[in-house]
Design a protein. Structure first.
Lengths: 205, 62
């Protein structure tokens, strides 16, 4: 074995160790983003494979968690876009998730927190997951989400305001019933779609 | 009897994790959000990760 391949082997070992340590965080981030445990685990695993394949591009000593989170969110967003293009059922998927939460006593249980997260626009959900849950700085979160720091701050602030509104409201059966009705009729879907772009998106042709 | 899950009494013993305690002035759900994240981090990896772990283990042996 040459000295070069030996050091490459050692670098792979280090990378693997760090990547394994990041897996639980990838699961947690993906769970918050998608709200679906099984899908989140798929995302985390696919991200780990992508990270391993791209390990040459990782600079040892930098933030592995931030690096892999960026891979995960890009993968997640491209999956969302692909699904939307292919089936245009993305809104329907959101509806199924929310209705499942509202209707199922047993089975999949979403906490109030998770249910509230799912009501946020994806960008805001991601922002508050990174800063509020993952403990990243605004600067790190902005780099992960590939946006300006000011944009990240604004997304986090809006997400917090919305969560305040959703979670600090007294549980009101009538409000819940209204929300379920709104979800069923599709009125509640724009908030779950892509922030602003869903309002601007027009079917062309 | 006091419970110490996994014998880890302090969040400081888990590098990279945000603190579990509630900070002054933040709304009640903020700690819930961190707990949601941390509770997943604390879960053992499910069996569905076995193949991935095996793949990573074997990837430079072949």
């Amino acid at each position: 074995m040459t000295a070069e391949s030996a050091s490459g082997h050692q670098a792979d070992e280090e990378f693997r160790k760090e990547l394994l340590g990041t897996l639980p965080h990838l699961r947690a981030f993906a769970r918050g983003l998608s709200g679906r445990p099984d899908y989140a685990d798929d995302l985390a695993q696919e991200t780990a494979i992508k990270a391993w394949t791209a390990r040459e591009r990782y600079t040892p000593g930098t933030n592995m968690r931030a690096w892999t989170f960026a891979i995960l969110r890009n993968h997640y967003l491209s999956e969302l876009r692909r699904n939307r293009r292919q089936t245009d059922l993305d809104d329907g998927a959101v509806e199924r998730m929310l209705v499942m939460d509202a209707d199922q006593e047993g089975g999949l249980h979403l906490s109030d927190m998770e249910a509230a997260l799912l009501q946020l626009a994806p960008e805001r959900r991601e922002a508050v997951m990174l800063v509020g849950a993952g403990g990243f700085t605004y600067e790190e979160a902005a780099e992960i989400a590939d946006c300006a720091v000011g944009t990240m701050k604004s997304r986090v602030a809006r997400a917090r305001a919305e969560l305040n509104r959703i979670l600090n409201a007294e549980p009101d059966p009538q409000a819940l019933a209204r929300r379920k009705a709104a979800i069923r009729s599709g009125a509640g879907l724009t908030r779950s779609g892509t922030e602003s772009s869903s309002a601007h998106r027009r079917e062309t042709g | 009897m006091l419970s110490h899950p996994n014998g880890q009494g302090r969040s400081g013993s888990r590098p990279g994790l945000p603190p579990l305690t509630r900070k002054d002035g933040e709304p009640g759900w903020a700690a819930g959000l961190r707990n949601l994240y941390n509770s997943v981090v604390d879960e053992p990896l499910p069996d569905s990760f076995d193949d991935l772990l095996k793949k990573l283990d074997e990837s430079d042996d072949g």
